[in-house]
Structures are given as C-alpha cells and as structure tokens.
Design a binder for this molecule. Structure first.
Ligand SMILES: Cc1cc2nc3c(=O)[nH]c(=O)nc-3n(C[C@H](O)[C@H](O)[C@H](O)COP(=O)(O)OP(=O)(O)OC[C@H]3O[C@@H](n4cnc5c(N)ncnc54)[C@H](O)[C@@H]3O)c2cc1C
Length: 371
C-alpha cells in the first residue's frame, strides 16, 4: 500500500488521541472523530501509572503548567474500614482527564492532525472491493479512509452496530466520580471497599482529589438514587462516611456511567484496530487502564507507520497487543474477586499486612514495564 494513506480514529480518549498524535507527527494523514467537545470530565480514577512517564516526557506530553501529585503508597481498607498500606514500587501520579485529554487534543492539532468534535460515528464498514473503510456520521456526513482505529471506549453504540460479542452480556457495575477537596495524604492512592464495590481516592492537580467508585446497579435500583445508595451502602465503611461527610464536593452532580463490562474483546475486528478499552478494559482497581490505553494507541500507530499489507499490519498489532496486555487483563479479572465483599476484602487486607511480598507481586503483574 502507498504512503498517502488516511487513518480514521473513532473516539478521542487517551488511546485515540495518542494514536492520532503519533500518526500526525510521522506525517500520516489522520482524522479523529470524537462525539463530545473538549475539555470534559469523564468517569475515571485519574491515577496514572508511571509506566507512561518516559514516553510522555520523551514526547513532551506532560502538561507543564500544572504540578501533579506523585503517588508512592497504596492504602487498602476492607468493608469495615480497617486498613493496610504498602509502598508502590512503580507508583504513579494524579491528573484529571479534563486537563490531560484537552492537552493531548491540542497536541494532535499542533502536529497537523484533523479532529472533528461533537459528532458521533454511526457506523463503520470495510468495503472489500474498494479496500477502504466508510464511516457514517451523525451529522449526515461520510468519511472514507484506508485504516480505522477503534478507540471508542468500554461501551459504545458502535459495539452494537458492529455486532461485537461482549455487548450482549449485561454487567452489574456502575461508575461514579467526583472531584473533592480533602485533607487525605496526597502521596497515597486509597481503595476503600464496600459491599458490592470499591471506591478510589487520590490527589490530582490544583489541590484537588478524585473520588471515584465502582458500585452495583442493584444497589442503585434498591435505594432509588446515587445519594441514598452512598449513604446506605458506601458509608458502612467508616472511612468512606468520613470522606463523604467531611470533604468539599466540587461538582454540582457526579459523573455516572453504567454497564462497565470486563468481558474479553478482540484487538482486531472487521479489520478495525481496537485500542484502549475498545480492545479490553482492565479492572479499575489495577489503576493502569489509562497507561494501557496510551500504550495500545502507540502500538496501533506504530503498526500503521511500519506499513506493509493490511494483513501484515493487523498481525503486527494483534500479536504485540496480546503479548503486552492479554495476561494482565486475565489477572485483573481474577484479582477483582478479592474486592467488594466482606470476607474477601478482609482476606486482602491481611495479605497486604502479613505477606506484602505476594501483594507486591500481584500489583507488579497487573502492570507493565515503563515504555
Ligand atoms: C470507575 C473507573 C475508574 C477508573 N480508574 C482508573 C484509574 O484510576 N487509573 C487508570 O489508569 N485507569 C482507570 N480506569 C480505566 C480508564 O478510565 C480507561 O481504561 C481509559 O479511560 C481508556 O481510555 P480509552 O481512550 O480507551 O477510552 P475513553 O477514555 O473512554 O474514550 C473513548 C472516547 O470515545 C468516544 N466515543 C465513543 N463512541 C463514539 C462514537 N460512536 N463516535 C465518536 N466518538 C465516540 C467517547 O466519547 C470517548 O471520549 C477507570 C475506569 C473506571 C470505569
């Protein structure tokens, strides 16, 4: 295939933005389509693993006008609020998606990439005879391109349109996020358990903190509102009660998503290179979905830049994706069982307290190496 090829990136979270940035930087024609308009808040714990630091520094992708809290300790509390802490070997930092995604978006534009915001992609079809993709947009427009990178996140209408297998399976998980001001230690990322879920807390820029939890849809249905559910379920952990009653809440209302699904997905489907959560969502407690999103966006861009036949590009991407992420996603699914239930959370706290070596190994194996 010739050098004048166009890539369409569907979705502008971290995965799509990094892919578009690298393609544009390498002189490739790229159009990214994002249904929302930057900057915006989204449900995410906003703890970014240091895996990404070398890459971000090398590409000048760290928003320099902010100071981001460095995080080197993990605190775990069981459903009764009893806790254990452990140092984090790799660690990370806190940065809001509001700041980070907007910064990456500007970087894509700076490198000459085209970005269409506020418009949703309705369908993606690979036309065999023309050997190209055709995208239908919600504003009535169409786009054609030689490659498509699917970066539309954990769940999108497109998954239904593309008839992806995982979308048929229901998930009980909901996600809720706030920004708050709190006295909590800014070097610590905490995971507080409650019946049916867990709530993360870590500092982000500008003296703020992110309070984000994954809960159960059944509890929401049972108690009728987010607020009541928090009081009746989350506050049973005294640490969460304290956080909710003594912090200053900075949003009018929380960001909420439902149907958070951890089912297996395929990294290449219908010739689309799937990146970030579109290829597979790691359980949030691992705290490295953002890093994986960025790294998989990088892999997809590099696979296209390296060139060759469509088959070669797909094979290159799929095999490198599997080598880096498949095991981590599997382990994340296993580890999730030790959170969000009374006995399991007590077991995990004791493990951290008495066998920190094993806990460290688990943390290490759900993370990758700096890239
Ligand atoms: C509760 C929770 C807490 C988490 N906490 C952390 C954490 O602390 N640390 C961490 O590293 N990871 C965390 N994660 C995971 C992390 O948020 C994701 O892995 C990461 O955001 C994935 O990025 P992405 O680019 O793949 O998808 P997203 O960031 O979801 O981006 C997808 C984009 O595609 C757009 N889109 C969707 N459909 C279309 C369409 N048809 N047309 C156009 N645009 C479309 C969406 O608007 C969206 O902007 C958490 C996840 C959850 C659920």
């Amino acid at each position: 295939m010739s050098d004048k090829l166009k890539t369409l990136v569907v979705g502008g979270g971290l995965a799509g933005l990094i892919a578009a940035y690298l393609l544009a930087k390498n002189g490739k024609e790229v159009v990214l389509i994002e249904k929302r308009k930057y900057p915006f808040h989204r449900v995410c714990g906003e703890y970014l693993s240091n895996e990404v630091l070398d890459f971000m520094n090398g590409e000048n992708l760290l928003p320099g006008h902010y100071e981001f809290p460095r995080i080197n300790t993990f605190l775990f509390s069981d459903t009764s609020g009893k806790s254990a802490t452990i140092p984090l070997d790799l660690g990370g930092f806190g940065v809001s998606r509001y700041v980070l995604d907007e910064y990456f978006y500007q970087k894509v534009l700076e490198k000459g990439g085209e970005v269409k915001t506020g418009v949703q992609v309705q369908s993606v079809v690979y036309e065999e005879e023309e050997n190209q993709f055709r995208l239908e947009l919600a504003d009535g427009g169409f786009l054609t391109g030689d490659y498509v990178i699917g970066a539309f996140g954990k769940r999108s209408k497109l998954d239904k349109v593309l008839k992806r297998e995982f979308i048929e399976k229901r998930s009980p998980y909901i996600g809720v996020k706030y920004h708050i001001k709190t006295e909590a230690d800014r070097k610590t990322v905490a995971l507080h358990n409650f019946e049916g879920g867990y709530c993360g807390l870590n500092a982000i820029e500008e003296d703020k903190a992110n309070l984000c939890y994954m809960g159960n849809r059944e509890h929401l249905r049972m108690y009728g509102s987010i607020n009541e559910m928090e009081k009746e379920v989350l506050w049973k952990n005294p640490r969460l009660r304290q956080l909710f009653t003594e912090s200053e809440f900075l949003f009018q209302k929380p960001e909420v998503i439902n149907e958070i699904n951890f089912e297996r997905k395929k990294p290449v489907e219908k010739h689309i290179l799937m990146v970030g959560d579109s290829a597979g969502l790691i359980t949030p407690l691992c705290g490295n979905g953002m890093a994986m999103a960025m790294q998989s966006g990088k892999l997809a861009a590099e696979s296209i830049i390296a060139g060759g036949s469509r088959r070669e590009i797909e094979f290159r991407y799929e095999s490198s994706w599997k080598a880096l992420f498949e095991r981590r996603l599997w382990l994340g699914r296993k580890v999730q069982r030790f959170f969000g239930a009374k006995q399991a959370s007590v077991f995990t706290r004791k493990l951290i307290l008495h066998v920190p070596f094993v806990a460290k190994q688990i943390i290490k194996n759900t993370h990758g190496k700096p890239f």
